[in-house]
Design a protein around this ligand. Structure first.
Ligand SMILES: Nc1nc2c(ncn2[C@@H]2O[C@H](COP(=O)(O)OP(=O)(O)OP(=O)(O)O)[C@@H](O)[C@H]2O)c(=O)[nH]1
Ligand SMILES: [Mg+2]
Length: 288
């Protein structure tokens, strides 16, 4: 039975600024607790892209700039493989970069494998909870390598695709189907050779995919070049109706998935399917 968090002591302490109780509240939500604060619209950014292109480093650079402007930034780092490494790495990087802005940064890692019913159904209440606790910029980082990661990023109101200067990175992003969801593209590691060419091939691919001029920024998380412009683009980003529909579709599919995977009759139906005693259509009917 899902517990309601709204009236709990943990939640009121999280709302008054306790980071420890915020962590507890997020864990409770992750485990199925309801969070039904009617809050104003949270500000969310999804950051995705192939492994190792510098998503976390770039988020680190954006965080310093946001912190300078007085924003409080929360990052949900979705790690498909290990429960901690992604978030821990990101946290380390941030500690290194801005020891003095620690109060304005909150990082939480989430392991997709802890969620047989899909993490996607837990993301929105987590975002609402962070927003209610005063986090004004909420970033969701996920490796863009599979369908479930793409679905998670669809829960953000704006999506930044980070790519690298290797042609291989660009192709991976195309294959995973994340180009369509991107409002803004950053080619990171512009301090390395070939980034101009990578930016050009992404621009070409975007025109083919979206028929639109999605902005492509060359940036370097290492030397900071291009990051100011990227931040301005993110802040002024207004998303297209077409992409909203795409996002709504991904959200619907993930809600559908979780409902199916959480269905109490699932195992029984799988048994019957396995032995051939029911057809696929009958299975779908009985799980409705
Ligand atoms: N030369 C160069 N290296 C970079 C830059 N940004 C990140 N890196 C390096 O790229 C590697 C991966 O960086 P991360 O920020 O962990 O990349 P990521 O995309 O978050 O990686 P995953 O979350 O594991 O997919 C690290 O060794 C970084 O130091 C950059 O602008 N230039
Ligand atoms: Mg990362």
């Amino acid at each position: 039975m899902a517990m309601a968090l709204s009236d709990s002591e943990t939640m009121s302490s999280a709302l008054s600024g306790s980071r420890r109780d915020l962590s507890r509240a997020l864990t409770a939500i992750e485990n199925g607790a309801n969070f039904d604060f009617a809050a104003a619209d949270p500000w969310t950014l999804g950051v995705t892209g192939p492994p190792g292109v510098g998503k976390s480093s770039l988020i680190g650079s954006l965080i310093s700039k946001w912190a300078d402007r007085g924003e409080r930034v929360a990052v949900l780092a979705v790690d498909p493989s290990s429960p901690n490494s992604g978030g821990a790495l990101l946290a380390d990087r941030m500690r290194m970069q801005e020891a003095d802005s620690a109060d304005s940064v909150f990082v939480r890692s989430l392991a997709t494998r802890n969620h047989p019913g899909g993490l996607a159904s837990r993301i929105s209440p987590m975002i609402d909870c962070l927003h209610a606790c005063g986090w004004s910029r909420i970033v969701i980082e996920t490796v863009g390598s599979g369908q479930s990661e793409i679905r998670i990023v669809a829960f953000a109101d704006r999506v930044l695709l980070v790519d690298g200067p290797d042609r291989g990175d660009v192709i991976q992003a195309e294959k995973a189907g994340i180009l369509e969801l991107a409002d803004i593209i950053a080619i990171n590691k512009s301090d390395l050779p070939n980034s101009e060419q990578a930016a050009d091939s992404v621009r070409t691919a975007m025109r083919l995919v979206n028929g639109s001029d999605t902005p492509v920024h060359l940036v370097s998380a290492h030397d900071g070049s291009g990051v100011d412009d990227l931040l301005e683009e993110i802040e002024s980003c207004s998303f297209s109706v077409g992409r909203n529909r795409l996002r709504a579709r991904e959200q619907l599919l993930s809600a559908w998935d979780s409902r199916l995977l959480d269905h109490p009759g699932l195992n029984e139906v799988l048994d019957s399917l396995e032995t051939g005693s029911i057809t696929l259509d009958e299975a779908v009917e009985s799980l409705r």
